[in-house]
Design a protein around this ligand. Structure first.
Ligand SMILES: [Zn+2]
Length: 328
């Protein structure tokens, strides 16, 4: 059996299937079909009159395909370009059977041509035909093939997603807007916060870093960075403001501040009072790569153990980052 590398396994990606047999007839049922999710350990059992593959298909269709979305998240993949062959829409039947890469795996696994050649629109119809054609042992091998194919597909998709995240960079705000990136670092018992404001051309219009000789808790430090960023913008007389932070906790706390009854929520609410002095304020999450300039300012604060406020004459240490972001 062909085996492929596995990067990650979702709940219900893999399941084992077996008949317990035969029992004394109960309402005409002689067999118990047992399905176990390998990851979730979820067990599903059903009493059946026969132990043929038709029963398996009927069971899968009714219980699994409707509830768990087929071998993991098969249903969610519709209507995207296939990342493996890159020239077809990735429908379910494409991902499982028609993609050249899927075909390769199925053929290498010994699935016979007759079960591959016919065209299907719905994957379930193909599966039904295959299961009808195979005995229980061959059906189990076929399920393993599907699983290998599915993992191969997920490995490809995951790799692309990772590349997209790594490549993601800072983006310029729209004309008439200023974007301020804020960040905080807690290191060696010290805290550094940084903020840098840039216009729609990516030019620095101001920024700062602050140093504290105590280790704040990281959420508190991110709030401090946010506060510093807003203060900076208020002094720069900005109309439309975008604040970017790579702290999901901070961004969520700001955007849900009216519902947040925690101390952090209260603290954020009072910081956000200053929003009324801007025409508009958006607070957005960004990944670390896009927030590199602010991150570097935090590191500078800790390295230099001081505070710094600057205008267009920003510290040379962040020059390369600013240029790289601006020509992006
Ligand atoms: Zn494909």
């Amino acid at each position: 059996m062909l085996q492929m590398g596995i990067l990650e396994v979702e709940v219900f990606d893999i399941w084992g299937i077996d008949f317990m047999e035969p029992f004394l007839s109960s309402f005409g049922n002689l067999y118990i079909l047992l399905v176990v999710g390998y990851v979730s350990k979820w067990v599903e059992a059903v009493a059946l009159p026969t132990n043929d593959t038709k029963s398996i298909v009927r069971f899968l269709r009714k219980k699994y395909f409707s509830r768990f979305g087929t071998l993991g998240a098969l249903i969610s993949i519709l209507n995207n370009i296939c990342l493996r062959c890159k020239n077809r829409e990735e429908t379910l039947i494409h991902a499982m059977k028609d993609c050249p890469k899927a075909r390769e795996i199925l053929v290498a696994g010994g699935l016979n041509d007759r079960l591959l050649d016919r065209n299907y629109i719905n994957c379930i119809d193909w599966l039904e035909d295959v299961f009808q054609d195979l005995d229980n042992k061959a059906a189990a091998d076929f399920l393993t093939l599907l699983w290998n194919n599915w993992n191969d597909r997920n490995n490809t998709v995951l790799k692309r997603k990772m590349e997209a995240v790594v490549k993601k960079r800072w983006t310029k705000p729209p004309v008439g807007c200023v974007k301020v990136n804020v960040d905080a670092t807690v290191l060696n018992g010290c805290t550094g916060v940084g903020a840098v404001a840039r216009d729609h051309d990516g030019f620095v219009i101001g920024g700062c870093y602050n140093f504290q000789k105590t280790a704040m808790d990281i959420s508190g430090a991110e709030v401090e960075a946010f506060k510093v960023g807003l203060k900076l913008e208020k002094n720069l007389n900005v109309g439309r403001l975008i604040v970017e932070s790579d702290s999901a906790i901070l961004v969520n706390a700001v955007n849900k501040r009216r519902l947040d009854i925690t101390i952090l929520g209260q603290c954020i609410r009072s910081e956000c009072d200053v929003f009324s002095s801007f025409e508009s304020v958006q607070v957005k999450w960004t990944n670390r790569n896009s927030n590199y300039a602010a991150d570097f300012l935090c590191k500078l604060a800790i390295r230099n153990e001081n505070d710094l406020y600057f205008d267009m004459e920003y510290p040379m240490d962040i020059h390369n980052i600013i240029i790289r972001d601006a020509i992006n």
